[in-house]
Design a binder for this molecule. Sequence first.
Ligand SMILES: NC(=O)c1ccc[n+]([C@@H]2O[C@H](COP(=O)([O-])OP(=O)(O)OC[C@H]3O[C@@H](n4cnc5c(N)ncnc54)[C@H](OP(=O)(O)O)[C@@H]3O)[C@@H](O)[C@H]2O)c1
Length: 307
Amino acid sequence: MAVMSPLAACLWTYAVGLKVLLEQLLRRRFSLPVLPSQDGKVAIVTGGAQGIGYETAKHLSRLGMHVIIVEFMYLELASLQSIRQFVEHFKARNLPLHVLVNNAAVMLVPQRYTEDEFEEHFGVNYLGHFLLTHLLRDALRQSGSSDYSSRIVTLSSATHYIGEINLNDLQSRTSYSSHGAYAQSKLALVLFSYQLQQRLAAEGSHVTSNVVDPGVVNTNLYKHTTWLFKLCKWLFSWLLFQTPSQGASTVIYTAVSPSLEGSGGFYLVNGRKMKSADISYNEDLQRELWNLSCKLVGILEACNKAS
Ligand SMILES: NC(=O)c1ccc[n+]([C@@H]2O[C@H](COP(=O)([O-])OP(=O)(O)OC[C@H]3O[C@@H](n4cnc5c(N)ncnc54)[C@H](OP(=O)(O)O)[C@@H]3O)[C@@H](O)[C@H]2O)c1
């Protein structure tokens, strides 16, 4: 399969970014409706110490939820061992789990590998959340009921539209582009979220899985961009970018809004269901990526048992 060159990946990423900025400028920003109290409910938000994750955690806890953010219960998504330890600690507390927000991410980092030898975007953004979700699936299942489904909300990005899944080189070892690697990880998350929804529905559990694209948001995610980009962001973000709290609004809505009760398998942008990239609906690719991911994170046996 021909893979996009690093230059093409970079140019397409900026083209997609510009399109989103323009849309943001022209459309009305989504504002959260009044949401019901979440007293007695528990959520985990990865990457909840800053940016969109922090605003999500803050709002959910204002609604009465007990929110675990990964800064306070240590979780390093670049380590499969740390993910397993985090889940062990969480389960030892015998808490229910109603909402899991797969939010944490890195973007445009130089070519680096996690301790498990995964390319960092693919390892942290995608495989880390793949394993985390798998390990928390029973807790979510047990906390869902016929009148209240537990919810998995996964953050992707408009860059997934230009993403390619390079099944022969998921870790980008033969050719590396930071833009391509970020886009691949964000497309993988959409494929994962849809496939997860299918599996949850097939087993009849009261858990849903949706994807959110928060738009272009003024956060530290851009710390690895060029100085020119940073200068433009500094000059124009007040006009073009969303604030972290605006970026979090669709995440919060997807996590708790009664209007989405029992609905899964959707891609939400600015509070509305939208179509994701055509390739993200390819069920063969979803399954192939799922099986490969099970192998990579060392849960092949559990995956085979579940399917
Ligand atoms: N900002 C945007 O314009 C934009 C656009 C589209 C999609 N998104 C998506 O929105 C989500 C949130 O991004 P953001 O803009 O809020 O970014 P951010 O402010 O940079 O926050 C990212 C969070 O992820 C955490 N994180 C990074 N690597 C980690 C690791 N190895 N283990 C555990 N946590 C890790 C960070 O932890 P530390 O605090 O320890 O660094 C931070 O809390 C991401 O999934 C991103 O792809 C953002």
